[in-house]
Design a protein around this ligand. Structure first.
Ligand code: AHR
Length: 492
């Protein structure tokens, strides 16, 4: 198969916000306990955090991490995770039906986040709580005043504010599964009043309002319109969430699911623009795709996990090569829509539907999806450029006109480099890709591929990993079923 990629260096999509490659850690399963935090582990630091896990998070260089949920946050009292450890209550965690010890809370998490070099995107509880507790949490984290909650932080040993600038107004409040779920109107009102108070405490913060939990929600559209009409002047971003899976064992359709992500983004952006026009506002609402990933492998096994355990192994999807290709296509879609999507979080980061896995008390290892995420973080900074791909397409029972090659290009002006990300969706054929980019020489071609789309990585064996491809001639050969990074140095 042959394809040609035209890169329009003079046609910029957008500067990429570095938060486009964020991630997420929820108090769920072994994400925190046995994941980032394990005081008895041989690599534990003075605060009980695993240094082997922190080293991988640092290797990724994750700009922002959403915390502490997720569904968890809608029943969470943030004060439970602050102050003297021996006084912290052990609680029934209703969202995931587990026991929460509260050994880790915002006090510890912000110390860890600082060490791994990530900012925090903090979520407030709008399920069982409201504006009052949210404004108190902003004061606890950010205020320098000699007032009750700022003093409480000082008493807990933190004289300097945590300075958390990005906040989510609840989580998936449209979902029947959510603790304290709301109708569009109920959520719009509480989100508006909460946003108002939070910004009165600290006017430097940015706020994300909940959009729909996925594009298939019965209130999708109505929800966004209602929330935007009510909250427009107080919020900065509207959220999108979406998880994907090869439910039908149809790999060709599965590899095309990024087309759904693309459509979802365009639809939500159009609703934002409609309300902007209605309000005759100068302000444009941007998007925060603050939960996205593949999630389906663990769904059945999770039904067998007994309730009320501390850190049960929930949502521990073991990813395949095809999942890594899907994650690659989803990253490309986010880059191509970076004019509207400013924040996105790969959900999640450690153990729970995650690129990084641990054995409690043992090793740490990289899932297949670690690599496209690492490459996007490392080489996807700068300006997203418009591209056109000439290639053949395929159709499945679910999709028409799926291009065999999915691509995005990013220009890093400081490094004078252009990087092309490309997924070859063909399961059988390699693709000889001609890249139309003037004054450029190829530095390297990295690919992630494998024998079988069902290949996985485990703690014992890594089967899916990056390889370096030697170029022959003018075109780059993308192996069948592969994720590719083509790095060019610009000569003028
Ligand atoms: O990421 C796992 C869960 O998925 C989150 O807790 C929730 O927000 C979403 O439904």
């Amino acid at each position: 198969m042959r394809a040609t990629l035209h890169i329009h260096t003079d046609k910029k999509i957008s500067e990429i916000d570095k938060r486009l490659y964020g991630s997420f850690i929820e108090h769920l399963g072994r994400a925190v306990y046995g994941g980032i935090y394990e005081p008895s582990h041989r690599t534990a630091d003075e605060n009980g955090f695993r240094k082997d896990v922190a080293a991988l998070v640092r290797e990724l260089n994750v700009p922002v991490i959403r915390y502490p949920g997720g569904n968890f946050v809608s029943g969470y009292n943030w004060e439970d995770g602050t102050g003297e450890r021996s006084n912290r209550p052990c609680k029934m965690e209703l969202a995931w039906q587990a026991i929460e010890t509260n050994a880790v809370g915002i006090d510890e998490f912000q110390q860890w986040a600082r060490k791994v070099g990530s900012d925090i995107m903090m979520t407030v509880n709008l399920g069982t709580r409201g504006a009052d507790e949210a404004r108190q949490l902003v004061e606890y984290c950010n205020a320098v005043t000699p007032t009750y909650y700022a003093d409480m932080r000082r008493k807990n040993g933190f004289s300097e504010p945590f300075d958390i600038r990005l906040w989510c107004l609840g989580n998936e409040m449209d979902g029947a599964w959510q603790i304290g779920a709301k109708t569009p109107q109920e959520y719009a009102r509480i989100a508006c009043e909460t946003a108002k108070l939070m910004k009165l405490v600290d006017d430097r913060i940015e706020l994300v309002a909940c959009g729909s939990s996925n594009a298939g929600m019965p209130t999708f559209g109505l929800w966004e319109e209602t929330v935007l009409r009510e909250c427009y002047e107080y919020i900065d971003y509207l959220s999108l969430h979406s998880y994907y899976g090869n439910y039908q064992e149809d790999t060709e359709s599965y590899l095309a699911c990024s087309l759904d992500m693309e459509a979802f983004i365009k639809q939500v952006a159009s609703i934002c623009d409609k309300i902007q026009a209605e309000k005759r506002s100068e302000k444009q609402i941007h998007l925060s795709f603050d939960e996205w990933n593949v999630w389906f492998h663990s769904s059945e096994q999770d039904k067998q996990i007994p309730r009320w355990q501390i850190a049960p192994p929930q949502l521990e999807d073991v990813y395949t090569l095809e999942d890594a290709l899907v994650v690659g296509c989803l990253l490309i879609t986010l880059i191509k829509n970076s004019d509207r999507v400013k924040i996105a979080c790969l959900a999640q980061l450690v153990n729970v539907i995650a690129p990084i896995m641990t054995e409690t008390g043992g090793r740490v290892w990289k899932q297949t999806i670690f690599y496209p995420y690492l490459h996007a973080l490392r080489y996807g900074q700068g300006t997203a450029l418009a591209v056109d791909i000439e290639c053949s397409c395929y159709s499945t029972d679910h999709y028409e006109h799926v291009p065999y090659v999915e691509t995005a290009a990013v220009h890093d002006q400081d490094k004078k480099e252009v990087t092309v990300f490309a997924v070859n969706r063909s399961l059988k054929e390699s693709c000889s890709l001609t890249v139309d980019l003037k004054n450029a020489e190829l530095i390297e071609h990295i690919a992630v591929t494998g024998e079988n789309v069902k290949d996985t990585n485990t703690a014992d064996e890594e089967r899916v990993f990056p390889v370096w491809i030697e170029e022959e001639g003018n075109a780059s050969v993308l192996p069948p079923k592969s994720w590719n990074v083509l790095r060019y140095r610009m000569t003028h």
